[in-house]
Design a protein around this ligand. Sequence first.
Ligand SMILES: [Zn+2]
Length: 75
Amino acid sequence: MQCPYCKKEMKEGILSGDARQGVSWKEGDRKASLFDKMGGSCAVTAAKCGLSVFTIQAHFCPGCKKMIIDTDVEK
Ligand SMILES: [Zn+2]
């Protein structure tokens, strides 16, 4: 994938972390609340959660410090 900022080739990799909190995205300047998460909203669908880790396929541009992921957010 070509970086939309600098047009150089982006690196492809796997983003990973702690699965207990999952991965959330919420519009605006406040993070997803526990209530949002319990209701199943704001979940980033690209995050594949296992017992203790999550993984996301991501393209990374080291020059621009940007990542691009294909995903959706549960309403
Ligand atoms: Zn770039």
